[in-house]
Write a protein that binds this ligand. Sequence first.
Ligand SMILES: Cc1cc2nc3c(=O)[nH]c(=O)nc-3n(C[C@H](O)[C@H](O)[C@H](O)COP(=O)(O)O)c2cc1C
Length: 318
Amino acid sequence: MAADLTVKIGNLTLKNPVMPASGCFGYGEEYAPFYDLNKLGAVVVKGTTAKPCLGNPPIRLAETPAGLLNAIGLQNPGVEAAREKIRSLAQTGVTVIVNVAGHSVEDYLKVIEVLEQDEGTAAYEINISCPNVSAGGMAFGTDPRIVESLVKTLRSCTAKPLIIKLSPNVTDIAEIARAAENAGADAVSLINTLLGMAIDTSSRRPLLANITGGLSGPAVKPVALRMVWQVSSAVNIPVIGMGGISNAQDAVEFLLAGADAVAIGAANFVNPTVCIEAVDGIADYLVKNGFSSVTEIIGLAKNTSADKKGGACGCGKK
Ligand SMILES: Cc1cc2nc3c(=O)[nH]c(=O)nc-3n(C[C@H](O)[C@H](O)[C@H](O)COP(=O)(O)O)c2cc1C
């Protein structure tokens, strides 16, 4: 018998725990020819800002061993234009999670205010962790007091699930997650990209025009997995795990580490069907290992004597 793949993120039920990560799937248009997007748990669309944003100048992407550095800088058409795309995607039956970005509290509010007028948005993922914009973005995500205040303000503007996307570029990610939870977040998602850079030895200059960029892909998986483990031990709200997931086995690792759902980013550029393969692969894993629902394996790796002794985590228990 097939296993039950449904998971809950706040009051939202997803048909399975797999979604493409923001910025790696656009609005689904380029991927729709490959498979039925309705088979995904949700689609997380590109970071949306109040006004159109051209992003950073090129060069904006650089391949690294087992990873990708990007400094796109939140290029997007702005909320008014994005609204149409979100509506069209939602009309096909897809659960659409809108990633919201901004340089100020007012920017975030404006995006939510506009999208609240439509039915299309199922949940908001609040990007407080973009390393590629000069103001706002990551600055919001590194101070627990600012996170708490931002989330409280946004909480008062919507009843839809608020997912706070955390930056790995902090000393204690669990502290930031707890601040989001205390302020009324329904879930947290992590990780955004790790701040990095590359140097062009011919020009003897940084390769990226922005100088620094965000590292993602398989190279970041061990860091992401460790952070998901820590955060899921520190909060009681659901955790959406991401960072270097390239196949179903990687996704299962995140679920076992405590993620309630997973998102897949850079791997979509290598294999456009990776998300749907992960859905099928998780289902196979559950059946082969005698589980009747995905919720049975969430955090299962913590049921070890090492964790009971507090050896691996050190940031408090659920
Ligand atoms: C090209 C690119 C663009 C991205 N754009 C966004 C974005 O707009 N908003 C956001 O929250 N995260 C963005 N991210 C981060 C991803 O959503 C994800 O958190 C990160 O890449 C880690 O997952 P991965 O290793 O599977 O790619 C972007 C990542 C890449 C590679």
